[in-house]
Design a protein around this ligand. Sequence first.
Ligand SMILES: [Zn+2]
Length: 418
Amino acid sequence: MQSQYRYQTGDQTLVRQMNLSVIMRHLRENSPMSRSSLAEMTGLNKTTVSSLVQELIDRQFVREVGFEPAGSGRRAGRLGMMLTLDPAAGYIVSGEIGVDFIEVICTDFAPEILWRHEEKIQQKMGQQEIIDRVLALLHQAADSGSESCKSFLGVAVGVPGLVDQSSGDLLFAPNLGWKDIPLREILQTSISAPVVVDNEASISALGEYYFGAAQGYEELLYISVGVGLGGGIVHAGQLYNGSTGVSTEFGHMTMDPDGLLCSCGNRGCWETQVSQQALFRYIHNALKSEHASLLSKKTGGNTNQLTVQMVVEAAREGDVLALDGLIMIGRYLGIGIASLVNALNPDLVVLGGILSLASEFLLPVVDDVLDQRCLQWNRDATKVVTAKHGLDACVMGGVAKIYQAVLAEPNKLERQVA
Ligand SMILES: [Zn+2]
């Protein structure tokens, strides 16, 4: 009897938590809203909505912002009090450890960026030094958040490698040369809020889904092209993790069994064909065989100075070599995306990472390849766009990751920040 009773209590708590989460989600998507519109949109009865809203107001997640404008009500009578999420409810700190940079931001609950910092990782910096620097920046960001917001909601850090979801260990980051680092444990030691560590491209996908180009879409395929090629899938509102959390390593799909050696040790991975390096290699080789190009001048003859921005500028000025390089990358990018679109049937493909700076040249080629290679039904169901957050994709993804946890379990949050 007793266990049955306890089960029922647990169940009711869970239902209330799910309902709180539904209310917060609707407020995030449709603010400002009145209690009666919330009841109508969620299907919950008015008494339940009032009680849930009161709880969220008491916890300072939600605030009242004045009566709805006259004439907006569907029925005559009293105008409803409008509600929104309270931006000052809490602050979120989010960082990215890139292959050659660190970026850290702090946002409020809106989420608006309150503080940001970006710096290059110096080549001489070792692993420990980089992690110490990241920690120092996370603390600085948290200090700035605590000045204007109430609770410290969490910290997310994105890394260019495989992460064990249960432990937060960084298993392997080939482009950093890092292996088996208990990163979450290291960071959590000196941070009072929950810390999450995840793959850069996966959380970027979540950021675009929550706050970016994929808002309103349900099945998202995100492709990030930079030093390497990564990706993420959002399925039915959740990041797809696979069985052990190391999924969506699209960059290491074998595209050419006899191709170039990849940083993972395999040959002919997709990222050997589609990455910043692949673009630079093409240009470097063409310049060596004395193709005329604006890029000779832009780099001062030293192709080690090449940047994606330079290639985009040259392409805009009509430089044939820059255009050819981007067309080649676009073609291989399209070939891989076409296979993924056939396999996954997404309603949106979002291109992010530094190569998305060249979207105006890449996407038309990708679209042509999809027209040629996708099954017509898969092709018709999808379109390809550029990420909204650009180089902030990962840090905004980290914010989304914490946000999602708060929306899903407002009760848990109170325990964590108490
Ligand atoms: Zn590989």
